[in-house]
Ligand binder design. Structure first.
Ligand code: ADP
Ligand code: MG
Length: 705
């Protein structure tokens, strides 16, 4: 048995009356394990059930709360007996009548009986046959005989609505939250007092109570917009601790001893010697920021953001020269074998003049080959090694790892970042990403990383024209492609599926369409097929042939998405473009427009929905990665945009990184000045203590890295 005194924030939910092992299991699946989780589980909307309205005032399409007496009830069959309808004729205090109907709810016949007094909340719909309105599937509560309607739990007040969890209804959730509020002891108020005072924030306990059981006079809109005083405080607080933690982390990193790479004339000359072309001013700026970090005696933790084609690899290569000239080794991690191979080839080319030995390590290499490379790496004979996950294997050891470069941050867990780092003597880390996110957001989300941005494309790019076609116009599209091919250009044609075995009869596959293209559509050109299921050696071969222009048309799945660099390819067709996400479309499109030729991207769509239309429109209107990233964030929301917890993005409860941006910036500012002003005071140490106790649990993996 439980007693009230034993219930703490950290108590498992089973401590609550009514929550048994089965329910606890279901709640857990939603991430709700403790009483605290439940108290910080935000309602997603509110209903105003504070005033009971007489039947006469109810209009079609409106929702409202009513008090009524059950006059009579009946069960009817519906749709030739397939469905059962339960009806209750209700009477209000004025003696007016209104019917309530519940579908598939035979069980209600024993619950709702004539003579009962009910409080109901529901939406009025119009019955055309009967020519009058009725309440459709209303929520209801039976009132005690002669009892006070005030006693209704879900009526007579502003009622929170929770996302349902498995089979647990919002009503049950409401009960559990109420119980949690009743039994839990005090809630510790950890926010620094003067910040609370300055912003006139309610106490934590009050804020939590307010969002779950808002007082009747609270403004409904402010609740639904998540801007009631309680909401504001909870959102602010969440951001405050996040920012406070991240800023402290940054300070800590700045204090950790790291490698201070030397930067002298000789090394600058080496960098210049390596350069195959003149860097853009954005590349120069990024390198400068990186070089300064590398020269500093603490570990670099920098994110290099740049749109596809902006030339991140070159900047990475420059950083590598600095490390290698200082006698260190460099590791470069890529998300796929294809990309690892490509980076390997580019870097080999860049470094030829400098004579650095470069190696590549990927999963598909033979054990013997890998052993050989591992040996060279361990002995320090290889200066730079590019690789996939294979590089992260435990037995890969570096003689002297000084710089780790990670391409496409998204695809690697932060833990792996850490793992890699432990192999050296706190090496510098450079993370490259082509998913541009607004700078302030980047600072916040990758708060432990400094950010450099390449916001300029190499010169001479003529840009990419993007057009949208319906499937019925594909003949036109093939003619446009043919024109490019006739001028000696190359084309990509992208499909969502590898072959027809994937059980999507209305989607075209690369395999099937490859045959069509080779035999029927472009018989006069050299067509090749590429997809992820090909053996690595074959993928490699196809890629080489396309690069050498031994292939004109590459029919492919999204394996070409990241990084592939063939400047002569000037046209891309994406079939079933409606099936792809916005950042994926943008990444794909980035495969063209990499040379001196004006380029085209044709998005061909089948049946669209509203969201896919939004995406296609965004693609046609803009080729600016930052703009598209913002659009994408808005279409998808941050959760999906940033991927899972793996990506290291905090799981926030009340706060929303996009919608609450203004509060976020405020919280960041407050956290910064708190750190500046209160350093060494008792306020600071209690804040730090609170953070220590809560950080790992609340913000999970963010701390690693
Ligand atoms: P991304 O940022 O997508 O990784 P890459 O590093 O692959 O871009 O560069 C895209 C292309 O632009 C490559 O062919 C690269 O050689 C070329 N490039 C990079 N920087 C310059 C520059 N400053 N001037 C001319 N071409 C450049
Ligand atoms: Mg790249």
């Amino acid at each position: 048995m439980y007693t009230t005194a034993l219930v703490r924030l950290s108590s498992p939910l089973q401590f609550l009356k009514g929550v048994g092992p089965t329910l606890a299991e279901k709640l857990k699946a939603k991430g709700l394990e403790t009483v605290e989780d439940l108290l910080f589980y935000p309602p997603f909307r509110y209903e105003d059930r504070s005033r009971y309205v007489p039947f006469r005032q109810i209009r079609e399409g409106q929702s409202g709360a009513v008090l009524a007496m059950v006059a009579s009830t009946r069960t009817r069959t519906w749709r030739k007996g397939a469905q059962i309808l339960f009806e209750a004729d209700l009477q209000d205090e004025q003696g007016n009548r209104l019917q309530a109907r519940w579908y598939n709810a035979k069980y209600l016949a024993s619950e709702i009986v004539p003579g009962l007094r009910l409080a109901l909340f529901g939406k009025a719909e119009f019955d055309f046959q009967a020519g009058k309105i009725f309440l459709a599937h209303p929520d209801f509560e039976v009132l005690p005989e002669g009892g006070d309607p005030e006693l209704a739990m879900d009526m007579g007040r502003i009622v929170p609505v929770y996302e349902t969890v498995g089979k647990i209804s919002t009503k049950q959730m409401r009960r559990f939250v109420m119980r949690a509020l009743e039994v839990v002891g005090e809630l510790e108020d950890a926010l620094p007092v003067d910040i609370m005072r300055r912003f006139r924030m309610p106490q934590l306990a009050k804020a939590v109570a307010e969002v779950h059981e808002p007082p009747v006079d609270m403004n409904l809109d402010s609740l639904n917009n998540r801007r009631s005083p309680g909401h504001w405080r909870l959102i602010f607080e969440e951001f405050f601790w996040l920012e406070f933690g991240l800023l402290r982390k940054q300070l800590e990193v700045k204090r950790t001893p790291g490698i201070a790479f030397e930067l002298n004339e000789q090394i600058r000359d080496k960098v210049k010697q390596m350069l195959p072309f003149k860097p853009t001013s954005a590349q120069k700026r990024a390198l400068k920021e990186i070089a300064m970090d590398m020269a500093a005696p603490h570990p670099m933790n920098r994110l290099l953001q740049g749109d596809v084609g902006s030339g991140k690899t070159l900047v990475a290569a420059e950083a590598a020269v600095i490390a290698i000239e200082n006698g260190y080794q460099v590791a470069m991690l890529a998300p796929t074998e294809l990309l690892a191979m490509q980076h390997f080839l580019s870097l080999q080319r860049f470094f030829k003049r400098l004579g650095y030995p470069v190696a590549v390590m990927v999963g598909s290499q033979s054990a013997r080959e890998k052993t050989q490379i591992k040996k060279l790496v361990a002995e320090g004979l290889v200066k730079l090694v590019v690789g996939t996950h294979a590089l992260l294997e435990k037995n890969v050891e570096f003689q002297k790892l000084g710089l780790a470069i990670i391409d496409e941050q998204h695809r690697f867990g932060v833990l792996q970042r850490l793992f890699l780092r432990q192999k050296g003597l706190t090496p510098d880390v450079l993370v490259m990403t082509a998913t541009p996110i607004p700078r302030t957001l980047a600072l916040t989300i990758y708060g432990d990383l400094d950010v450099s941005v390449i916001d300029e494309l190499p010169p001479g790019r003529i840009g990419i024209q993007t057009k949208h076609f319906a499937q019925s116009a594909s003949k036109t599209v093939w003619e446009l492609v043919r024109k490019e091919l006739q001028q000696g250009r190359q084309a990509y044609i992208i499909y969502p599926l590898v072959d027809d075995s994937e059980h999507s009869p209305d989607l075209k596959s690369a395999q099937k369409m490859f045959e069509m293209h080779a035999e029927k559509i472009f018989p006069e050109f050299r067509v090749a097929l590429m997809h992820g299921q090909l053996p690595a050696a074959e993928k490699d071969l196809v890629m080489q042939r396309f690069k050498k222009h031994e292939v004109d048309v590459l029919v492919s799945t999204t394996v070409v998405e990241v990084g592939l660099d063939v400047p002569n390819a000037s046209v891309m067709v994406i079939e079933h473009a409606e099936k792809f996400g916005l950042s994926q479309l943008h990444q794909l499109r980035g495969r063209v427009g990499r040379g001196i030729h004006s380029s085209h991207c044709y998005l061909v769509t089948g049946r669209q929905n509203e969201v896919s239309e939004q995406r296609i429109r965004a693609m046609v209107e803009s080729s600016d990665g930052f703009r598209l990233a913002e659009a994408d964030l808005e279409i998808r929301g941050p959760g999906e945009f940033f991927g899972t917890r793996q990506s290291g993005v905090p799981q926030l409860r009340f706060a929303h990184i996009l919608k609450d941006r203004e509060i976020l910036e405020m919280a960041r500012g407050e956290a910064r000045s708190f750190l500046d002003k209160e350093s060494g005071t008792s306020q600071m140490s209690s804040a730090e203590q609170y953070l220590e106790q809560n950080w790992q649990r609340r913000y999970g993996l963010v701390q690693v890295g």
